[in-house]
Design a protein around this ligand. Structure first.
Ligand code: AGP
Length: 608
């Protein structure tokens, strides 16, 4: 999604803002712009394309002197990527300047009203309406104008706003789209995300919905949408500054794959105490856990795939019925929910619009919502009844890897915790489950050692046109994620299929040389999957299998086998996904793509 950075303080503002925008590139964008108050007026420069275009245009901010600025990287929603549609947007005489992340849903109605009042528009964007509406309401008091505008607009926004006749102030406002305020030694900041300002301050405030911030060079104050002053608590960010850098890896994605052992450790270890799973943030008693009659898991993309895995685990281990939905379907199908159901939403960013709406839909129907989220203080985290934070740290690459692994670990812990509360996991089984769970990080580490072997195999498939992933049960869920990884970063068409489903149509697509990735980690389904391998082999497919070490019989059927260490079958996804993530990564690298910024994708989809 779009990125916003603003600064007001003692230092030249433009270089700081541009540097901050560079730290937000992972959010996905197609144009960029910056506005700086130069002591007399606000100067705005913007350009379609990568941030480098804007940096060249402004000589990295050197030719834009001034001590307050707002900048923006735009992910187009209304209006094509272009210089004109890039933010910032201004009122007619350039005295009011706005950057915006989100969607103003009633912008056309507002635009027509403004056109009727003689306003003219330079761009096709919804954001420009905000600049003219601020102009319309502005009588010399920025806060008053802002609150009037916020009462008129519908939709979502994170805003940075400057007023040329109030150069000592910089304003921000938020509804749905995340925005933080930073208070540093040399000035104050606004940003869409922490990495943009981490170099300058660790003291941040998370703006709540319809809150407004007024920044001066050495102080920040907050107001409600009714112009009432409001107090906020600062949060100290304890991320290591390097955590948001590549640490020597070519792409964040590989760095984050290599962080998976630590991510799983960080997520599970603090929640295993004296041989029990302790999830303090669950906010649910054993009796409440016993009373759950059905679980709805709602998420998008890879987070949804962890939900598909969790269905097999929870139903298999606990015999609680589980429904899994993609959030964009859940929120519009008027789901049938009963008071004894539990909704679990999963989201790395905690800002995915469809998933956030699923939270609201569930709460409106009176259900408890448990969120599995990676970003502290994110909207989904704050609007859910309880939050299970995955401690994966900042995940920069658009394709999720370590957060996905942390989400799986979260579900394992929840299943065990629920099972203990419901009396379906006895001490002996608990001990065995925890042993397997705590072995996962080292086993992932072992699998990372296969990097070169996987890279060598991946290089043979750089020119592949179609790849199929097949599996049964949890292996099917693993295939879903393996397929998405390959698609989203190598742009190779790929499909994941329940292996037993192939013969109902898709097998007609298998031709000599077609790559089929067969996941066969589930002991009770192994033989069935092997016969599916034979099915596709007989039609000329080349089969790469993922199986548990020791199942050598699979080598009679598959052409190439990647083995994973033994673990509880319920946890197999955490291991089998590693070679599939590496496979996708190396195919993308082999194709020369920008692995961390796949085309058309954004790290956090905060619009519908
Ligand atoms: C994952 O590789 C994808 N980039 C995407 O499917 C992602 O999982 C999905 O957009 C959900 O994002 P969230 O976890 O932040 O809600």
């Amino acid at each position: 999604m779009c990125g916003i950075v603003g600064y007001i303080g003692e230092k030249p503002a433009a270089p700081i803002v541009l540097e901050g925008l560079a730290k937000l590139e992972y959010r996905g964008y197609d144009s960029a712009g910056i506005a700086v108050y130069d002591g007399k007026e606000i100067i705005t420069k913007k350009a379609a394309g990568r941030l480098a275009v804007l940096e060249n245009l402004t000589h990295s901010g050197e030719n834009m002197p001034g001590f307050s600025a707002i900048g923006h990287t735009r992910w187009a929603t209304h209006g094509v990527p272009s210089d004109l549609n890039a933010h910032p947007h201004t009122n007619g005489d350039g005295t009011i300047v706005v950057v915006h992340n989100g969607i103003i849903e009633n912008y056309m109605a507002l635009k027509n009203k403004l056109l009727g009042k003689g306003y003219s528009f330079a761009s096709e964007t919804d954001t420009e309406v905000l600049a003219h509406l601020l102009d319309y309401y502005y009588k010399g008091n920025p806060l008053q104008a802002i609150t009037k505008v916020l009462h008129r607009v519908e939709g979502s926004y994170a805003l940075g706003i400057m007023f040329a006749d109030h150069p000592e102030e910089l304003y921000a406002a938020r509804k749905e789209s995340p925005l933080i305020v930073g208070h540093g030694e040399d000035g104050c900041f606004i940003a869409s995300d922490v990495p943009a300002i981490l170099k300058y301050t660790r003291k941040v405030y998370y703006l709540e919905n319809q809150e407004i911030a007024m920044l001066k060079k050495d102080e920040v104050s907050f107001f409600t949408v009714d112009e009432e002053p409001t107090e906020k608590q600062a949060v100290t960010i304890d991320w290591d500054a390097n955590a948001a850098e590549k640490a020597g890896y070519e792409f964040f994605m590989l760095k984050e794959i290599y962080e998976e052992p630590k991510t799983v450790t960080d997520t599970i270890s603090p929640r295993i105490k004296n041989g029990e799973v302790v999830i303090e943030e669950l906010n649910m008693t054993d009796d409440e856990l016993k009373a759950i009659s059905r679980i709805h898991i709602v998420a998008c993309g890879s987070a949804y795939h962890t939900g598909v895995t969790a269905k097999y685990i929870i139903e298999g281990m606990l015999r609680i019925p589980v429904e899994v939905d993609v959030a964009s379907e859940f929120r519009y199908r008027d789901p049938i929910l009963s008071p004894s159901d539990l909704v679990i939403v999963v989201s790395q960013s905690g800002e995915t619009a469809d998933t956030l709406e699923a939270v609201r839909e569930s709460k409106a129907k009176g259900l408890k919502v448990l969120a599995i989220v990676n970003v502290v203080g994110s909207s989904i985290a704050r609007e859910s009844d309880s939050v299970f934070y995955t401690w994966a740290g900042p995940e920069i690459s658009v394709a999720t890897t370590k957060a996905y692994s942390a989400q799986l670990a979260a579900f394992y812990l929840l299943a065990i915790r629920f099972g203990r509360a419901r009396g379906v996991i006895d001490d002996a089984r608990m001990k065995s489950l925890l042993e397997d769970l705590q072995a996962l990080p080292d086993q992932i580490e072992l699998l990372l050692g296969q990097k070169e072997k996987i890279q060598h195999f991946a290089n043979r498939y750089i020119a592949a046109k179609d790849v199929f992933f097949i599996g049964r049960g949890i292996d099917y869920a693993i295939g879903l994620e393996g397929s998405l990884k390959l698609k989203e970063i190598s742009y190779i068409h790929s499909e994941a299929y329940a292996a037993g489903e192939l013969k109902h149509g898709t097998i007609s697509l298998i031709e000599p040389g077609t790559l089929v990735v067969a996941v066969a980690t589930q002991p009770d389904l192994f033989a069935k999957t092997v016969s599916n391998i034979e099915e596709v082999k007989s039609r000329g497919a080349f089969v790469m299998a993922v199986a548990e070490r020791g199942r050598k019989e699979i080598e009679k059927a598959a052409d190439y086998v990647l083995y994973i260490p033994h673990t509880n079958p319920y946890f197999a996804n955490s291991l089998a996904i590693i070679p599939l993530q590496l496979f996708a990564y190396y195919v993308s690298v082999g194709k020369g793509y920008d692995v961390d910024h796949p085309r058309n994708l954004a790290k956090s989809v905060t619009v519908e």
